[in-house]
Ligand binder design. Structure first.
Ligand SMILES: [Ca+2]
Ligand SMILES: [Ca+2]
Ligand SMILES: [Ca+2]
Length: 264
C-alpha cells in the first residue's frame, strides 16, 4: 500500500499526457489541408496540388506525393520543382502533388511552362481551398526573387504573358503571421526583432523587411497588431508523442506483469 500514492501520481501523469496528446492530434488534423492550382492558356490547362500532411516529409512521399505526367505536345505544364530529387528512373523532380509537414515558413517552388504556344497564362485557385489553411497563416504567390505577386487569401488568380516553351518560376509561401524569425513560433524573440525595426521603412538603417508583416513598406503599429494577434502560436509537430506515451505505458504495465522468479 505504501507505493499507492506514487503509482497514482504516475497514472495521473500518464492520463494527463495522453489527454494532451489527444488534444494535439485534434489540432494537428486541422493543420492538414490541400490547395489546387490550375494553370491555363487558351483552351489548355494543367492542375497541381500542394498541401500539408502531418506524416509527410520535404522530400518525395510515396503515400502523399505524385509525379507529374509527361508534357503534352501542345498546351501548358505546371509542377512543383525539386531539383535535388533523382531524375531517373522516374522523374521525381517534377511533382503534380506535393505534400510537406507542417512548419513555418512553408515554401513550394512552382513552375509553369507553355508548350508550343505563347500568350496569357492564368494561374487560378479557389477561395474554399485557401480557407482550409488555418487563418494564422498568410498565403502568398511570389516570383522567384520573393516579390509578392498575389495575396492568395484576397484574390483567386494571377495572370501574365508567357513566351512559348519558356519556364516561369514562382514560389508559394505559407507562413505563420508574426513569426518574424521563421522558427515556427511567435514569441518574445519576434517581438524583439519587431521593436528594433519599429518606425522604419526601407530607407532606414534599422529596416527589416521580415518585420513588415502586412507588406505596406513600413514597420508600425499595424505590424505590431498582426504579431500580437498570433502571440504564443506555434506550429504543432507532435508526431512522436503518442508512440512515446504508449511505450512508457508498456514499460510500466510490463514491469507489473513480470513473473517473479521462483525461489530455489
Ligand atoms: Ca513530400
Ligand atoms: Ca519566431
Ligand atoms: Ca507594415
Amino acid at each position: 500500500m505504501t507505493r499507492t500514492p506514487v503509482t497514482m501520481f504516475l497514472v495521473m501523469s500518464l492520463l494527463f499526457a495522453i489527454s494532451v496528446e489527444l488534444v494535439a492530434l485534434v489540432n494537428a488534423s486541422a493543420t492538414e489541408w490541400d490547395v489546387v492550382l490550375t494553370a491555363s492558356i487558351d483552351v489548355y490547362s494543367d492542375v497541381s496540388e500542394f498541401g500539408v500532411r502531418v506524416g509527410a516529409t520535404e522530400g518525395f512521399d510515396a503515400a502523399y506525393d505524385q509525379v507529374d505526367p509527361p508534357s503534352p505536345p501542345v498546351g501548358v505544364v505546371s509542377y512543383f520543382w525539386y531539383p535535388s530529387n533523382p531524375a531517373t528512373p522516374v522523374d521525381l523532380r517534377r511533382l503534380s502533388v506535393s505534400m510537406i509537414p507542417p512548419s513555418s515558413p512553408m515554401t513550394w517552388t512552382y513552375n509553369v511552362r507553355p508548350v508550343s504556344i505563347g500568350g496569357t497564362i492564368v494561374i487560378a485557385w479557389s477561395a474554399s481551398d485557401i480557407a482550409t489553411i488555418p487563418t494564422e497563416f498568410s498565403v502568398y504567390l511570389s516570383d522567384s526573387s520573393g516579390s509578392i505577386l498575389a495575396d492568395m487569401r484576397v484574390v483567386t488568380e494571377y495572370s501574365f504573358t508567357a513566351d512559348a516553351d519558356t519556364t516561369y518560376d514562382f514560389t508559394v509561401q505559407v507562413e505563420l503571421v508574426g513569426d518574424v524569425n521563421g522558427d515556427g513560433k511567435v514569441d518574445a524573440s519576434d517581438l524583439l526583432d519587431l521593436s528594433e525595426a519599429y518606425g522604419s521603412d526601407s530607407s532606414k538603417p534599422n529596416w527589416n523587411s521580415d518585420c513588415d508583416i502586412n507588406n505596406d513598406g513600413k514597420v508600425d503599429v499595424l505590424d505590431l497588431y498582426a504579431l500580437s494577434k498570433n502571440y504564443g502560436e506555434t506550429v504543432q509537430t507532435i508526431t512522436l508523442w503518442l508512440p512515446m506515451v504508449l511505450s512508457m505505458l508498456g514499460v510500466l504495465v510490463g514491469k507489473r506483469k513480470l513473473p517473479r522468479k521462483p525461489k530455489d
